[in-house]
Design a protein around this ligand. Structure first.
Ligand code: GSH
Length: 231
């Protein structure tokens, strides 16, 4: 890391958004301090650093906050351009394509996955699964002819999707949903294995069993809240 740079990440261990930032920092080989937030009792530092959304992740670079996972990953790549591999493509057109698919992941894929796992009714969850299948098959097209979204090595889009992988695996345990089914989307299924096997990725990936247990607790809390609202 460039001399004198101080990096502090306000995060939470189970957050896929925080994991994106950890992946970017790990792939770039940057060292940082990780501060675990209690989202039910947010720290003054978090509230002051992200007064608009009050969410994690926030990256403090020499005390200056950067918010929103996609913005932070791009910031890391630009601010530490001389350190480690580049995440965003050098070519402006390729950069635009990577950003387009990153927005697709957040707008379509994540929305579908949330509906499939947290839907209020069985019908809503089934609808989420259908939307998810369409989104995953569409995303498969962006991976044609290359091992990673970034080409021969990982890039911005790999990080944006890779942050979600822990929960993709946990969903298999929790709901029996295989989001990256080798039979339907073989390229994405192989990508998930390839990406997950990288040292820099393994160094920060949360334990899937811990995510599964956390998922069960969240689900029970949602069910209790829904039952309470119905009384
Ligand atoms: N769009 C944001 C989403 C971040 C987000 O939703 N963070 C959650 C944790 S997974 C959070 O901080 N939630 C606290 C809250 O909503 O009050 C990003 O990409 O960084």
């Amino acid at each position: 890391m460039a001399g004198g740079d101080d990096l502090k990440l306000l995060g939470m261990w189970s957050s896929p958004y925080v994991l994106r930032v950890q992946l970017a920092l790990s792939l770039k080989g940057l060292t940082y301090e990780c501060v675990e937030e209690d989202l039910k009792n947010k720290s003054e530092l978090l509230l002051k650093s992200n007064p608009v959304h009050k969410k994690v992740p926030v990256l403090l670079h020499n005390g200056r906050p950067v918010c929103e996972s996609s913005v932070i990953v791009q910031y890391i790549d630009e601010a530490f351009a001389a350190t480690g591999p580049s995440l965003l493509p050098a070519d402006p057109y390729e950069r635009a394509v990577a950003r387009f698919w990153a927005a697709y992941i957040d707008d379509k894929l994540l929305a579908a996955w949330t509906k499939a796992s947290m839907g209020k009714t069985e019908e809503e969850m089934a609808e989420g699964k259908k939307l998810s299948d369409v989104a995953v098959e569409t995303l498969e097209g962006a991976l044609k002819g290359k091992p990673f979204f970034g080409g021969d090595s990982v890039g911005y889009l790999d990080v944006m999707l890779g942050g979600l992988l822990g929960w993709v695996r946990a969903a298999e345990e929790l709901q029996g949903i295989k989001h990256f089914d080798p039979a339907k989307t073989p390229l994405l299924a192989a990508w998930a294995e390839r990406f997950g096997a990288l040292d820099a990725v393994q160094a920060v990936t949360p334990d899937v069993n811990r995510l599964v247990e956390f998922g069960k607790v969240m689900k029970a809390r949602l069910a209790a809240a829904a039952a309470g609202a119905g009384n």
